[in-house]
Design a protein around this ligand. Structure first.
Ligand code: PLP
Length: 395
């Protein structure tokens, strides 16, 4: 009944969703306050008030027929210009509306980018652990995902191994910083090193290699840590951005691609990507959300909300004897499983009403992901269970 290409993808769908559905059952049985669900990356920080007010103002002020109508596939020009200027102010770039293509979140932005540049059989290098939905996106265009290793202490790319994986079929290197699932942010030095390797390999192999920077967590960076703007280090970079996390709006589906003028045949790539937006069925990004973004271009959720959770969870787990890298960004923590089979650890945690996602759902067995986009109380109240878990494993 269903297409052959979809059949193997259905099993993949499950790890995080299954856990979430399990959580629903447990909430019904034990009461929501007694279930500590760290499974889903659904933003919990309140949507900034400016979002609602802008939407009300737009609906009151703008002509509905123009507002809700079709537009250029790339999106409203004034919105794209507002985003370009905001990026220029914040990161010292020199974009204008011609470099910004509005998309239906990062997921569709990545699909648009891959549709535009990836030929069947070409390879996309990702650093494991990684967001496994990349496999689906690459599969959409009959490409192949190649996993590059990271250092198991820091989750920084193993650059020597990475360089060896680049070959005649490599078309894209896909990075995600701040990272899901580790919360790690790549330093400027690491971005420079990746850029140097790619420059060298482009020359050596005589082919274009694109760097796609998937950045839905760009604004979720804690303390003074900087998230380098990747287009400044490597010309053939495409940025996929999303407001899902920065404004807590994942259901609204709004984001953009940056296609810099320095990218080879930039105008052709931009025009093709605009067309790809239509071809993959998005047509254009939602018009009301685009207009709202223009008015909220420098607004973001209250970072302290997640930072408080991050500190409480990290300190609490460390006190219990668990081992993890302190995340600098996003709202995820990647915890080393005290037993080799992290599925067993997840099953044991469930006995204490704690839900976590096995690292194998991110191509990294032996770890679990905790999404701390929960209420602060969930974190505080989960600690008894974590202590009992630590005792169980003799930590
Ligand atoms: N990339 C990563 C690493 C993600 O974690 C997610 C969503 O969680 C996405 C892309 C998709 O984001 P969006 O909701 O903006 O499409």
């Amino acid at each position: 009944m269903i297409a052959d290409k979809m059949k193997p993808l259905m099993g993949n769908n499950s790890a995080i969703r299954t856990m979430f559905e399990e959580g629903d059952k447990m909430r019904a049985e034990y009461g929501p306050e007694n279930v500590y669900d760290f499974s889903l990356g659904n933003p919990d920080a309140p949507v900034p008030a400016e979002v609602k007010q802008s939407i009300i103002d737009i609906l009151n002020e703008e002509d509905p027929t123009a507002l809700h109508g079709y537009m250029s596939n790339a999106g409203f020009e004034d919105v794209r210009e507002a985003i370009a200027q905001s990026l220029n102010r914040r990161f010292g770039t020199a974009f204008d509306h011609g470099n910004i293509l509005m998309t239906v979140g990062a997921a569709s932005g990545l699909n648009v980018a891959l549709k535009t540049i990836l030929n069947p059989g070409e390879e996309v290098i990702v650093f494991a652990p990684y967001f496994l939905e990349y496999n689906w996106y690459v599969n959409n265009y009959d490409g192949k995902v190649v996993q590059a290793p990271t250092d198991q202490e820091t989750f920084y790319p193993d650059l020597e191994a990475f360089e060896k994986l680049i070959g005649d079929k490599t078309r894209v290197v896909l990075i995600n910083t701040p990272n899901n699932p580790t919360g790690v942010i790549y330093s400027e030095e690491t971005i420079r090193q990746i850029a140097d390797i790619l420059e060298r390999k482009q020359k050596e192999l005589g082919r274009t290699i694109f760097l796609i920077s998937d950045e839905p967590y760009r604004e979720l960076a804690y303390g003074d840590v900087e998230v380098p703007y990747v287009t400044k280090y490597y010309d053939n970079t495409i940025v996929a951005y999303s407001y899902s996390k920065s404004l807590s709006l994942p259901g609204e589906r709004i984001g953009y691609l940056v296609i810099p003028s320095e990218l080879e045949e930039s105008q052709l790539v931009f025009d093709t990507a605009s067309n790809a937006n239509r071809i993959i069925g998005c047509v254009n990004a939602p018009s009301l959300q685009q207009k709202m973004i223009a008015r909220c271009v420098d607004v973001k959720v209250d970072l302290d909300y997640y930072d408080k959770n991050r500190t409480a969870l990290y300190e609490g787990l460390k006190d219990c004897g668990f081992d993890c890298v302190k995340p600098e960004g996003a709202f995820y923590m990647f915890l080393k499983s005290p037993v080799a089979d992290e599925n067993e650890f997840c099953a044991e945690a469930k006995k204490h009403n704690i839900l976590m996602v096995p690292g194998s759902a991110f191509a990294c067995p032996g770890y679990v992901r905790l999404a701390y986009c929960t209420s602060y109380d969930t974190i505080v109240n989960s600690m008894d269970g974590f202590r009992r878990l630590a005792d169980h494993y003799g930590l």
